[in-house]
Structures are given as C-alpha cells and as structure tokens.
Ligand binder design. Structure first.
Ligand SMILES: Cc1cc2nc3c(=O)[nH]c(=O)nc-3n(C[C@H](O)[C@H](O)[C@H](O)COP(=O)(O)OP(=O)(O)OC[C@H]3O[C@@H](n4cnc5c(N)ncnc54)[C@H](O)[C@@H]3O)c2cc1C
Length: 406
C-alpha cells in the first residue's frame, strides 16, 4: 500500500488526503497548527463561500494563465460538486455562490474531518515540517517532532495570506526541490491611500463603480460596495484589484482609482449636471451640501462639496457645476499600495504551474511529489474561487497519487 504524506491540513490538504485514502492509500497529514482547517473557519465571514457556479478561467490569475483550463473546466467542476455531496454538504446557492446550508464554515470543516476519521487518515497536529529529502524509499520528511517516511508526498502548505509570513515556509519546501517560485504578493487585500481625506470619509459604505488606472492608463473596472476607511479603501470590488496593485507597485508602477459614487444616478459629468439641475429646479434654494446630503453619506458629501458646500447650487458657475459633478462621478484618488500579507485573503504568485503536470498535480521536476492549493501560482476572485481551486487540485492529486503503475 502506498504511504502518502500530506504536508498541510488546510482545504486542499484535507481533500487530497480524503481522495487518496478513498483510492486505497495509507495517508498521514502533518499539520503545523494545533488543529486542521483553521483558515477555513474564517472564510466567507464565517459562512464559507466554498464554490461558485460560474467556475471559469476568467476568474483566475496566474503568470501562466494560459494553462489554467487544464484545471478549471466542467469535468473538474462535476468532481468537486460530487465530492461535496459525498461528504454530506447540503449547499445553499445564492446568485451562484455556494455556502453550506447551515451558513456556517464549521459545517464544511466538520464534514471533512468526519470523512478523514472514517477513512482512518492519521492527523499529526503541532507538526511543523522543516525539510524534505528524497531517499531510496521515497521521501524523508523532517519536522519539529521527528522524521516521517513516505512513498509519495502531497505539498498543501498554502500561502502567506492571513499569517505573519516570517513564520511560514510554505514556498521554501517546494523551492528546496528546485521549483521556481513566481514572486509572491498579497491579493484580495485592502488598498492604502495616503491622503488627508481618509480621516474625513472613514466609516462610509457606498455602492460605487471604480476604474483602476496604471500609469494613467485604464486597466480594469469593478462595481460594488466600497468601504472607505481611515487607511484607504476596502470592500470586495476594491480588493479584487489589489493583486494587480501589489505586484505593480513593487515594479514602480503608479496607480489611481477613479470612483463614481453614484453610478445608478449618472455615468458621466454631463448626466450628473442634468440630475443636479433637475433636483435644484424641483427643490430650489438649497446649498450644495443640502443637495448632496440626500444622495450620499454626510461625511462623503462634505469631502466632495469642499469649498462649494455652503454656496447655493443655483449660484454656481458652469465651471463649478462641472467640478462638483466630476467629483461625484469620477473622484480620483492615488493608491499608495496594499495592506500586508496578514490582512490578505490570498496571495498572488507561488510555485510555477508550468512545472506541474496539471492533469495529475505531480511535479514535473520530482517524481511522486504532488503540489496543490494556494501554494501554487494561481489566485482567484472573491466568490468561492480560491477554495474552488484548493478542492479541485486536491481531488486531482488524490486521484493520481495512487495509480495503476504502483
Ligand atoms: C479571511 C479569509 C476569508 C476567505 N474567504 C474565502 C471564501 O469565502 N471563499 C474562498 O474561496 N476562499 C476564501 N479564502 C481563501 C481560502 O481560505 C484559501 O484560498 C484556501 O484556504 C487555500 O487552501 P490551501 O489548502 O491551499 O491552504 P490553507 O487552507 O492555508 O492550508 C495550508 C495548511 O498548511 C499548513 N502548513 C503550512 N506550512 C506547513 C508546514 N511547513 N508544516 C506543516 N503544516 C504546514 C498551515 O498551517 C495550513 O493549515 C479566504 C481567506 C481568508 C484569509
């Protein structure tokens, strides 16, 4: 019987262990933390958005994104959904986003752990793997509590995200086998703005359309609720842009966001002026701030009105109206960078997928070594895509680790 060691008992590690054991392997999970799946419990604000109906490659990023369709495809989607049925997860699907029906991440973790137990998979907690070497019998895995021998190895060590990255060697274990690591940056993380305005708008939530500019060139647009904070900008739609920004800033690129705070009222300056003129006609005699307070949070209307705030709208020149409208529909703010790894939900970069057989997740450099989950150079949008990638790669590895040639 194959002795399989899985390094890391997170999402991808637990699934690859289960599938390997179902295929007849004798499986041990080595997990550095006191319990497995700790990160799973905080996913989706504790509700665990574990998958998405729209599982297409456009929701993923990688230095080798042209290879992603080998993993993200309809066949593998069926495998994942069947897997979740097989461990007894009842889905609650909202707008294509999958959650456990209980709305609790712990349901997903418990279902995985029950299956691990049923299959007799051994879990060794508080076991920090510090080195892996090949020997005549396969692999010798060294940890803080001793050595382990394996015929086959699945690396499922995750990324730096959510941790203080000084304590994590996720990528180093793969690098020790000469795997190439694409530079790692925080992604799905808050944006940092170095400007006096952040103190004034802190605490405001506003549905907005945002456009990201890199060195003054438009690159991507998102829409959704922004959370304006005292350090900058948060909210899913801003965080979706953070991976691009973190990587670009390290290459001296400059970023700015152009925000439309009222996208359902007006899309450009002239339609905004028409709206304001019409408003002023219907409710005449109001100051700029008195009008803005009806469409925005008062903190934000003070930021936008600035020096025009106390003036009557009807007294504004055409130039002032255009200035005001422009602040409402195309408010420009320079982005300094992003928050840190420990604030991030995922990382961009990681083990290059060019060096992995994506039909089996086996390393193309080291036979019998499999690499799965977020330690790989693939990151997804918010919406169940990152867990989706962890499950998918875990299942592929579990199905390949015990094959006919063994
Ligand atoms: C706040 C937050 C919310 C999120 N929400 C969602 C969501 O709703 N939907 C979604 O799709 N994704 C979400 N994610 C992302 C998702 O959690 C990750 O993409 C996913 O957990 C990655 O799975 P993984 O198995 O690759 O890594 P992990 O789940 O991080 O597991 C890696 C495991 O390996 C262990 N390990 C690392 N190094 C070693 C070592 N040397 N020795 C032994 N053990 C080791 C770690 O302790 C850890 O348990 C969220 C992330 C965060 C932080």
């Amino acid at each position: 019987m194959n002795r399989v060691i899985v390094v890391g008992g997170g999402a991808s590690g637990l699934v690859s262990a289960i599938v390997s054991a179902r295929n007849g392997a004798s499986v041990t999970i080595l997990e550095r933390a006191h319990t497995c799946g700790k990160k799973l419990l905080v996913t989706g604000n504790g509700k665990c958005n574990y998958y998405n109906e729209d599982m297409s490659v456009k929701h993923y990023d990688s230095y080798n994104s042209n290879l992603l369709d080998k993993i993200i495809n309809l066949k593998n989607k069926e495998l994942v959904l069947d897997f979740f049925k097989s461990i007894g997860i009842v889905p609650r699907v909202r707008d294509g986003y999958y959650y456990p029906y209980s709305n609790q991440a712990v349901s997903v973790l418990n279902a995985l752990l029950l299956e691990v137990k049923r299959l007799g998979v051994v879990i060794v907690n508080d076991c920090y793997v510090i080195g892996i070497k090949r020997n005549a019998n396969g692999f010798i895995v060294s940890s803080n509590i001793g050595n382990y021998q394996a015929d086959k190895l699945i690396l499922a060590t995750g990324s730096y995200a959510y941790y203080n990255f000084d304590n994590i060697n996720s990528y180093k274990l793969a690098a020790s086998f000469n795997h190439n690591i694409v530079d790692v940056f925080p992604a799905l993380v808050q944006l940092v703005v170095d400007d006096k305005i952040t103190k004034k708008w802190a605490g405001v939530r506003v549905f907005s359309r945002i456009k990201l500019y890199q060195d003054n060139e438009f690159i991507r647009e998102e829409e959704g609720e922004l959370m304006l904070t005292n350090y900058g900008i948060s909210g899913i739609c801003a965080m979706q842009l953070s991976g691009i920004i973190a990587r670009g800033v390290s290459n001296n690129k400059k970023y700015s966001l152009v925000i439309n705070f009222v996208p359902t009222l007006a899309s450009d300056v002239s339609s905004m002026i028409l709206f304001l003129d019409d408003y002023d006609k219907k409710c005449s005699g109001r100051t700029v701030v008195e009008i803005l307070d009806n469409i925005l949070n008062y903190k934000l209307s003070n930021v936008i009105a600035l020096d025009l705030g106390n003036r009557y709208y009807s007294d504004l020149s055409e130039k002032d109206k255009a200035k005001l409208a422009s602040k409402l529909v195309s408010f420009r703010v320079d982005i300094n960078g992003t928050k840190l790894f420990r604030d991030a939900q995922v990382c961009s970069g990681g083990v290059s997928i060019r060096e992995i057989n994506l039909l089996t997740m086996e390393s193309l450099i080291v036979k019998n070594l499999y690499i799965v989950g977020e330690v790989l150079d693939v990151d997804g949008d918010c919406g169940g895509y990152n867990l989706g990638f962890a499950w998918t790669t875990g299942i592929i590895a579990g199905n390949s680790v015990v094959n006919e040639s063994d």
